[in-house]
Ligand binder design. Structure first.
Ligand code: SF4
Ligand code: SF4
Length: 363
């Protein structure tokens, strides 16, 4: 499997989203680690010979890294990885995204995704006063430069009954959105935002008929991920697959983990870019073997579930930090959505076949 690389230029974040599960503080990546990261990526690419290299910049908040260091980072990557087509994207709250960043990102074709929880009143109630205005300004600028790819909207226990308002907003703004469940965050009081998996499943199912029949300009990625799982047996999103090997995430200190969500956690470090580990070394490390073992245990524990091949126990991080270490508590919402879509698809198929059956005198 060819991994997608994640680079976290900064673990810190200046926003104060009430449900945040990240560390929201920490170091910036040095130029030395940037250079070493580029060399490490080149080593993995030479091993895997990908048709293209995909790099996502994540955080913390990646734009806390000053512009001159961004220029250095992008230039280092481009100079080291000349043998491969590169695709860059960044996940950012966009508060610091200005004309200079926009021009730099346009030059290096860095696509921009952001995080916004819907209309101002809903968004700021859970992400903090002023979040909406600052992020929307960044979104508008990214749109002007043709760089915006979509947003992630977090649905919390507080906003679950307003999910229709949330999607109406994105429909009006013509934005592609991924609805994300608020997990158990690390800030004091975060628990009151954590959404129960059943409530999250119900929220997604509540807006689905509207999405199918009435939505005009919105693309809600969740539904397509599930539909792709059912129709192709191969969902693309990591949380419905065995994710070990899909990503290699590089933290500001050069530590490598299997997912950006594990950055900063010692017990999930697979290696460090300074020692240029091979894929074999990374995947033979103790944390990787633990994750592999979890994948095996899912197959046993979920053996009776008809969706195991298109769910794989859900997100490993959720399973570890909100579940029993094996099964993602979102199992509940995953089953709800797969079951609903499966039934709808069968109904649709039956309705289409019925006239033919009758014509042939069959029942
Ligand atoms: S731990 Fe969760 S978020 Fe991270 S790659 Fe795996 S499924 Fe995706
Ligand atoms: S839906 Fe639940 S039971 Fe089924 S495979 Fe996923 S986690 Fe396991």
């Amino acid at each position: 499997m060819v991994p997608t690389f994640m680079i976290m230029p900064s673990m810190a974040c200046q926003a104060s989203c009430k449900y945040c599960f990240g560390p929201y503080q920490g170091p910036m990546m040095s130029k030395d680690i940037m250079t070493q990261s580029a060399e490490f990526i080149k080593g993995v690419a030479n091993q895997t010979q990908p048709s293209a290299i995909r790099i996502i910049f994540h955080g913390g908040e990646p734009l806390l890294l000053p512009l001159d260091r961004w220029r250095f980072l992008l230039t280092s990557l481009c100079e080291s990885l000349t043998d491969y087509p590169l695709s860059f994207s960044v996940q950012s709250n966009l508060w610091r995204f200005d004309e200079e960043y926009a021009q730099l990102f346009a030059k290096f074709h860095v696509h921009v995704a952001s995080s916004l929880d819907g209309p101002e009143i809903i968004c700021d109630a859970q992400r903090g006063d002023g979040y909406f205005q600052k992020t929307m300004a960044g979104i508008r600028l990214a749109q002007r430069y043709g760089l915006l790819s979509g947003v992630i909207a977090t649905i919390t226990d507080q906003s679950k009954d307003q999910v229709q308002e949330v999607v109406n907003f994105f429909d009006k703004e013509e934005l592609s959105v991924l609805l994300h469940e608020a997990q158990t965050g690390k800030r004091p009081g975060a628990e009151s935002y954590t959404i129960n998996p059943k409530d999250f499943g119900e929220a997604l199912l509540r807006v689905l008929p509207w999405y199918v029949d009435d939505a005009q300009h919105i693309f809600i990625r969740n539904y397509h991920q599930f539909a792709s799982g059912l129709l192709r047996g191969n969902p693309r999103v990591c949380s419905l697959r065995d994710c070990l090997g899909m990503f290699l995430a590089i933290a500001p200190d050069g530590n490598i983990s299997s997912c950006q969500r594990f950055a900063g956690l010692r017990e999930y470090v697979l290696g460090n870019v300074r020692s240029k580990p091979s894929l074999e070394q990374l995947f033979d490390s103790e944390p990787a073997l633990r994750q592999k073992d979890r994948e095996e245990r899912v197959r046993k524990e979920c053996a009776e579930c008809g969706f195991v091949h298109i769910c794989h126990g859900g997100c490993y991080h959720n399973a570890v930090f909100a579940g029993d270490g094996i099964i993602d508590p979102q199992c509940v919402s995953i089953r709800m959505i797969y079951s609903y879509l499966q039934e709808k698809m069968l109904d649709e198929l039956t309705a289409q076949c019925e006239p033919k059956y009758r014509q042939l005198g069959m029942r």
